[in-house]
Design a protein around this ligand. Structure first.
Ligand SMILES: C[S@@+](CC[C@H](N)C(=O)[O-])C[C@H]1O[C@@H](n2cnc3c(N)ncnc32)[C@H](O)[C@@H]1O
Length: 320
């Protein structure tokens, strides 16, 4: 099954497509139910696929995600443990990590602490391979990455009423900085960027020298770099398609501490945790935002997610 195709076309459309194999369509129905937070119903659908032995690594992952949402954390871990196919192993591990932390709290017994450390070490090294040791032509490749100015301007238009000339933007996962340069062209100054791929930052230096010299660029893993940034340091924190490379949800929560005015997210179109959205980790932006002093001013869900023009789902959070 090519999950990417499901994202490109959208689950609703695939579910209706009689040309597709029936279990795949049923899987899409499960994903639609999960996206409506109907976890018990989605679980029944995935259980039926489990009984039919269909694509068990995906189905186990989806069952684990539904059980999570139904607060059946230990059962969820059993499913994540079963679902260690190479392609989704890391996502299962990170979910297991989160559940162990929720189950055992801040002072887990020694054997659980050891397990947590092992998971973190493994996932962080997988992330390095995925994001840093990649070549220029990979999906995270840096040259010419979304660099068309018309495209960037139309992307920024949706955010325009929520920032103004003189604001500072922190762009997490900024790559070469094409979006950050868009903000710069709109008059934003003293911006910041966090990027794990040092080659992309070198390319930024050459491609957008004025932006580079005006900004503070943190070359490293957002999970570490965000810790160095003081609360209320930037007017806006922006993230475009980088959450899949962020390990800790606390890192996303920190966005709301660092931003003085607004937090902008644009990320995978199908924001439901029952399916992997093309990356390693899933973050529930809306759940994270709930315990902050920000409110969602605007949300736009797009049903399709064109791979090379990514503009999936977009949220604008503003300070209450
Ligand atoms: C899909 S690209 C989006 C690029 C950028 N937002 C843009 O619009 O051009 C994701 C970027 O986030 C970076 N990234 C992912 N996880 C990261 C992390 N944990 N820390 C820093 N950068 C990360 C990747 O290296 C990559 O450059």
């Amino acid at each position: 099954m090519d999950i990417q195709r499901l994202f490109d076309r959208g689950f609703a459309e695939c579910a209706k497509d009689v040309q597709l194999e029936v279990p795949l369509r049923i899987y899409c129905f499960g994903c639609l139910l999960a996206s409506e937070k109907k976890w018990s119903e989605a679980l029944s659908i995935y259980r039926a696929l489990e009984a039919g032995n269909w694509q068990l690594h995906f189905v186990y992952y989806a069952i684990g995600a539904c059980l999570d949402r139904l607060n059946r954390l230990e059962e969820a871990i059993e499913y994540y443990d079963k679902s260690y196919s190479v392609s989704i192993r890391n996502a299962c591990l990170i979910n297991k990590y989160r559940n162990l932390k929720l189950i055992y709290g801040p002072t887990p017994p020694d054997h659980i602490s050891t397990k947590l450390r092992e998971i973190e070490t493994h996932v962080r090294s997988a992330k390095r391979e995925h994001l840093v040791e990649q070549d220029n032509d990979s999906s995270h490749g840096y040259a010419n990455y979304y660099d068309n100015e018309d495209y960037i301007d139309s992307y920024l238009k949706e955010f325009e009423s929520y920032f103004e000339k003189g604001d500072s933007i922190l762009d997490v996962g900024c790559n070469v900085g094409s979006k950050l340069y868009g903000f710069y062209r709109k008059g934003c100054r003293n911006n910041g960027g966090i990027e794990i791929n040092a080659n992309a930052v070198q390319a930024m230096k050459k491609t957008y020298p004025d932006l580079y010299s005006d900004s503070t660029i943190y070359v490293g893993d957002a999970d570490e770099e965000m810790k160095k940034i003081q609360p209320l340091s930037y007017d806006v924190v922006h993230l475009h398609y980088a959450s899949a490379g962020i390990f800790h949800s606390e890192t996303i929560a920190k966005f709301f501490q660092v931003a003085r005015k607004a937090v902008f997210f644009c990320d995978g179109v199908e924001r439901n945790p029952a399916i992997l959205h093309g990356g390693l980790f899933f973050h529930d932006f809306e759940g994270i935002a709930e315990s902050t002093d920000f409110q969602c001013a605007d949300k736009l869900v797009r049903k399709k997610d064109n791979r090379w023009n990514r503009q999936g789902t977009r949220w604008i959070y503003i300070k209450k």
